[in-house]
Design a protein around this ligand. Sequence first.
Ligand code: GLN
Length: 534
Amino acid sequence: MSETRYIFVTGGVTSSLGKGILASSLAKLLQLRGYTVTIQKLDPYLNVDPGTLNPYEHGECFVTEDGAETDLDLGHYERFLNEPTSQANNVTTGRIYQSVISKERHGDYLGKTVQIIPHITDEIKRRIKILGSKGKYDIVITEIGGTVGDIESLPYIESVRQLKRELGSKAVVIHLTLVPYLAATGELKTKPTQHSVKLLLEAGVQPDILVLRTEHEIDTSVREKVALFCNVDLDAVVQSINVPSIYEVPIKMLGEKLDLTVMKKLGLDSNENIDLESWNDFLDRLNNPKHSVTIGLIGKYVELRDAYKSIAEALVHAGAENLCDVEVEWIHSESLEADNINEKLSKLNGIIVAPGFGHRGMNGKILAAKYARENNLPYLGICLGMQVAVIEFARNVLNLQGADSTEMNPKTQFPVIDLMEHQKGITDYGGTMRLGAYECRIIEKDSNTCNAYNKLTVYERHRHRYEFNDSYREQFIQAGMLPVGVNPETDLVEIIEIPSHKWFVGVQFHPEYRSTVLNPHPLFVDFIKYSLVK
Ligand code: GLN
């Protein structure tokens, strides 16, 4: 294709309408029509990246292959598109200001007054166009975080205005809003949408397409009203009705011809047939399960499900692969005590101990690992979940009383999990962990892990500072907890297993980041498969 096309997705009325899912669904359809597509998220907060944010703020921090700590929407992009994203796919206001200010210190602005317009907006536009300039993508979709009208979003909306002016018919703006239903009068109300479009117009941006989130079907007369009042074509008023699974949204958007409308506006051919076979096959499996399991997800942020988004989605993918309905029981690690553990965990078919930082809830996580080990219950420990399994084994099998991670107890007599050598002396929190994809070699062919992966070399993404302390390796092996995967360069232990157990696997990395609709992660698939075995 000659020139990259740009699609901007903005949101109005309220947050959490699903801009990320809309962008992912549209991208999927365009990808299936033969275009190369990538999606970018612009976040209007001042943090340089979400790596230092508490998960209660915006949910999980997603990690890309190249080690960027990013917004969880990038996880959706990867799960839908089946393509990796990178640092360039997530930009925050903090990062924009950081680069403008460092250019100013460097003298790059030649004595000019540095201002929001044009310096901040130029930097925003540069970050948007970077993805298109590589010649890799036919279409770049840029999702603007936040809601139109927020002070924080203003420079982004202004950048969209300027880009639309520069790019002409090579850019479209899709605005996602809410059409609420008033039960008392039985009506769908379009006024919030009209107001939100007015806000966009005040900023000089006329949306080309409106996507209306709704709980009830929107009929033609309401669509006509929105089209007239908001100055868009009737076929550019698209309904996005609530669906049971986010993975149904591309099908709904196809039904609304959103992809064709976008292509028409961007001057793109639409003769390519759309091949939805594998997507529909996944939905078929998802919607027609033959089995069911209950998996306990033990974490300290379970009040906010988004804190474990990628794990929850990896379980959906693995469930569909196994034709199994996976019910997740969200268990707060602080609610687990020695005297309630049996009652709380006895109905589960498998246990996941989630990643995490700091000592809050550690006791409950250790009790959960012990319960899984002693009751032959499938266990998947992810990052801190692996470290917890190691600590539990050290305390209760190796009899190393008070064994711990030095993260939780720097003075422990038995530091079975310890700070990585190169992490010692680091004082900054942001972007300083072991991040991104590293090679892992499976060293035990006769292991559940090897069976699951069916290969000996894998690449998995990391986000941690602590590691298995190698000086205890022999003791663990003698007592029956084996390192089955290591980093080939450093020999760091990446995967542990208990071979005498049905399925007990701890991984220092985050397999959940790599699970997609078309490539469910093998460890999650195997975990669910074994959770089904009585
Ligand atoms: N807090 C642990 C570490 O830094 C585990 C991190 C995680 O679970 N992502 O090593």
